[in-house]
Design a binder for this molecule. Structure first.
Ligand SMILES: NC(=O)c1ccc[n+]([C@@H]2O[C@H](COP(=O)([O-])OP(=O)(O)OC[C@H]3O[C@@H](n4cnc5c(N)ncnc54)[C@H](O)[C@@H]3O)[C@@H](O)[C@H]2O)c1
Length: 328
């Protein structure tokens, strides 16, 4: 297939591009490079440097395409709580511009990067796809709103849509060529690795008084290469409803303290930790029940060992102290 990948210069999107090409698909990337990196896009992949709302750039990217994988968007929970307008604009308004352009171009298949944040505070864990949806931050609300648009467009016969609800993306490509380079970095594993490597001011744990086994938040970390593989599988999904949603996680929850311990073991270095207050918008425990994706697409994550996942992140972080800005 010919696939337009929005956000393909970003962390998960760049891994998606790699897996798509390895599976034999032809890829073009549309990315405004607001958070992505030109260096993360292979030189022989066309990169359309443009905003999602740029209709003529979308027309170019969609010409001859069979499908879109839509990674582009804003993703900081904390930022979304303080600046909802930017999140609705980027994740909903610009997403709808993409759907308009797809329909105009006759491209009817889309795989969308959604999130477990659509569920809000879980009423049962592990969380299955039919769990009630009541997001507690604007990030989750915007992803839910866009999923709802996909459902309505699909019911109207305009699109075939798959929403993949990622739990926590983690790790880097095991060959060391692609990594996580967010500025500012907001994700736990890279922040903990930086703290171990003596970069930055140490790690802050946002609350240790949650109703969880060690009081810190529990998350389900799925390796970015597994996420990328799931997108390739979703592209091939022919049967079923015109809109389908799947959780992508390992089904195993890890607390913040467990992650810190894994980082210390992998790096052999202590992580300086400070405990701060809870952060607005953080549910205590998010763990996937991921049977549906296994039953429907035959997809299962291969990276199940937390230290192995952390090791790929730590190696990239150590070898790229300035991210894509240069190796040392
Ligand atoms: N990282 C996670 O743990 C996680 C978890 C659940 C869902 N997701 C979703 O996965 C997707 C990718 O996340 P990521 O961690 O790779 O983030 P990222 O910031 O590394 O990648 C997003 C990419 O989209 C681009 N982009 C943003 N707004 C754009 C716009 N208006 N026009 C064109 N390009 C634009 C950025 O430049 C960037 O390259 C996001 O939609 C995010 O919500 C991520």
């Amino acid at each position: 297939m010919r696939v337009l990948v929005t956000g393909g210069a970003g962390y998960i999107g760049s891994h998606g591009v790699r897996e798509l090409r390895e599976a034999g698909h032809e890829v073009a990337v549309l990315d405004d490079l607001s958070y992505g990196h030109r260096e993360a896009v292979p030189s022989d992949v066309p990169l359309i440097h443009a905003d999602l709302a740029d209709a003529s750039a979308l027309r170019r990217g969609l010409e001859g395409a069979d499908a879109v994988i839509h990674f582009a968007g804003l993703l900081s929970v904390a930022q979304s709580v303080h600046d909802p307008a930017s999140y609705y604009r980027a994740n909903v308004v610009k997403g709808l511009a993409l759907l308009d352009a797809m329909i105009a171009a006759g491209v009817r298949r889309i795989v969308f990067s959604s999130t477990c944040a659509v569920y809000g505070v879980p009423v049962r864990v592990p969380i299955d796809e039919d769990h009630p949806q009541d997001p507690i931050n604007s990030y989750g609300a915007t992803k839910r709103a866009f999923e709802r648009a996909l459902l309505d467009y699909a019911r109207a016969g305009l699109l075939h849509a798959v929403a993949l609800r990622y739990f926590n993306a983690a790790g880097c490509h095991p060959d060391g060529s692609l990594g996580e380079d967010h500025a500012p970095e907001v994700h736990l594993i890279p922040l903990a690795v930086d703290a171990a490597l003596g970069r930055g001011a140490g790690l802050t744990i946002h609350g240790d008084d949650y109703d969880t086994p060690d009081g810190t938040c529990v998350r389900d970390y799925i390796h970015v290469q597994d996420l990328a593989r799931a997108h390739v599988a979703a592209l091939g999904l022919e049967a079923g409803e015109p809109f389908q949603a799947f959780n992508l996680g390992t089904g195993r929850g890890r607390s913040v303290r467990e992650v810190v311990t894994a980082v210390e073991r992998v790096t052999g270095l202590p992580v300086a930790v400070t405990t701060g207050p809870r952060r607005a918008g953080d549910p205590p425990m998010l763990v996937a029940q991921a049977y549906r994706v296994r039953e429907t697409m035959g997809f299962a994550p291969r990276w199940l060992d937390l230290e192995a996942i952390v090791d790929t992140a730590a190696r990239w972080r150590r070898d790229h102290p300035r991210g894509y800005g240069g190796r040392h």
